[in-house]
Design a protein around this ligand. Structure first.
Ligand code: SF4
Ligand code: SF4
Length: 149
């Protein structure tokens, strides 16, 4: 399956991936409205973590054996057998954060204001996820394993 691969060595900590993730999942898909008007503001499903001069975008790896799916108490998370993506059924998520504890990559963000999680869905409605399309430095690559990644 195609995944978002991370090249942290060229990440410049601009956080455009976070911004465009938020906009793409907002109601308006408009950067001004998403940030200034929509409340509570959506959390990005990618987080750029910094330590000193290093920065690493963190997002779901869509694992082959996803701990989050096994841990989810309500069946809100599942692995799509066709695409391989680990997807969230928002109706079933009760905001218990069990998956947050189980994800070994720290890729799930709790959204306490909505009582739901924020997690990458690979922008399944787009040919290329918004974070990848808007990264100015190709620090994020959308590809099959071993193909340009
Ligand atoms: S958009 Fe690219 S370069 Fe900018 S912070 Fe995100 S991954 Fe790093
Ligand atoms: S949320 Fe974590 S455990 Fe679940 S598929 Fe993504 S990286 Fe794997």
């Amino acid at each position: 399956m195609k995944r978002v691969h991370i090249r942290e060595e060229v990440c410049v900590t601009c956080r455009r991936c976070e911004v465009y993730c938020t906009v793409e999942h907002s109601l308006s898909r408009d950067i001004i409205k998403a940030y200034k008007k929509e409340r509570p503001r959506l959390l990005a499903r990618v987080r750029v973590q910094e330590r000193g001069a290093l920065s690493v975008p963190v997002l779901c790896r869509h694992c082959d054996e996803p701990s989050c799916v096994f841990a989810c108490l309500t069946g809100a998370l599942r692995k799509d057998p066709e695409t391989g993506a680990v997807v969230l059924n928002r109706e079933k998520c009760v905001g218990c954060w069990t998956c947050v504890l189980f994800c070994p990559h720290g890729a799930i963000t709790p959204d306490p204001q909505r009582h739901i999680i924020a997690k990458c869905d690979l922008c399944s409605h787009l040919p290329v996820p918004a974070c990848v399309a808007n990264c100015p430095n190709e620090a994020l690559i959308f590809a099959e394993e071993g193909v340009g990644a």
